[in-house]
Write a protein that binds this ligand. Structure first.
Ligand code: ZN
Length: 265
């Protein structure tokens, strides 16, 4: 009986919580309030900043901020064009470069972006860095963390509210959130974005970087370099969560024309 109630609640929630991903139009299940998710993300982000070495001012950290700001402007423009401004209204963008040899990068819901120095050589130049930043920002805009958390959430907690889960099982809830944000990989064992979400972030990221003035043709080249890197297992979280293969690169090639239509020389 209890199970049946949960199933029914789940059905009701899913009917009322089905959203569409910008650009791709894919329907997704979003059960958690984005405000709550962003609040949790902010806590994780501040914890991360206080325990990692953020590079305050150098040439590379300036590049990260500069490229990030341009992509943020493009995202704002894109969402406005599609009548979706409200969904990023609470965004407070920040772009940090962190001293860490790990090949990794992420963007939290709410617009907090971290690039690890370990990924810079693979980016090669500003276009390559824009590929990574566009992709990570696309995960946030497409609410992929919320989607993953929503799926896990139903399994773990049923239909109780996030604030209730946080107060009753803070440790469990926090771990689930960190996994969904993609930062818990080394500590908690990562739960990668799904193939669907990866492909979607590739596609959306291409358009965002192109609108920001970066050449999306750099994307297949970047993923080829990532692929070449995969033999070398030097602590790459990015590779474990972003398997680079021929299929991925072929998909990116397929979506290049869509992005190139936005590319401003
Ligand atoms: Zn990704």
């Amino acid at each position: 009986m209890k199970n049946l109630i949960f199933i029914l609640l789940g059905v009701i929630l899913s009917i009322s919580s089905c959203k569409k991903v910008p650009l791709t139009g894919r329907k997704q299940l979003i059960l958690l309030s984005e405000t709550e998710v962003r609040g949790m993300a902010l806590t994780s982000y501040n914890e991360f900043l206080s325990t990692n070495k953020v590079i305050s001012v150098n040439k590379d950290s300036e590049r990260v901020k500069n490229i990030g700001n341009k992509i943020a402007v493009a995202v704002t423009e894109y969402m406005k064009m599609k009548g979706l401004s409200e969904s990023i209204a609470g965004y407070k963008w920040e772009f940090n470069l962190v001293e860490d040899k790990t090949v990794n990068a992420w963007c939290m819901p709410g617009g907090k972006v971290v690039i690890y120095t370990g990924i810079l050589p693979i980016c090669a130049d500003d276009n390559g860095l824009a590929v990574v930043m566009g992709h990570e920002i696309a995960h946030a805009i497409a609410q992929h963390s919320n989607e993953r958390m929503s799926q896990q959430y139903v399994q773990q907690f049923g239909a109780i509210g996030l604030n209730v889960a946080l107060s009753q099982q803070p440790q469990q809830t926090r771990e689930m959130a960190n996994q969904a944000f993609g930062i818990g990989s080394t500590v908690l064992g990562t739960l990668p974005f799904s193939r669907t979400q990866e492909s979607e972030a590739d596609r959306i990221g291409l358009t965002f970087m192109a609108m920001a003035g970066f050449d999306p043709k750099a994307a297949p080249e970047f993923w080829k370099r990532m692929s070449a890197q995969s033999g070398n297992k030097s602590g790459s979280d990015f590779l474990s969560t972003h398997p680079s293969d021929a299929k991925r690169i072929a998909n990116i090639q397929k979506y290049l024309p869509e992005a190139l239509a936005y590319y401003k020389k």
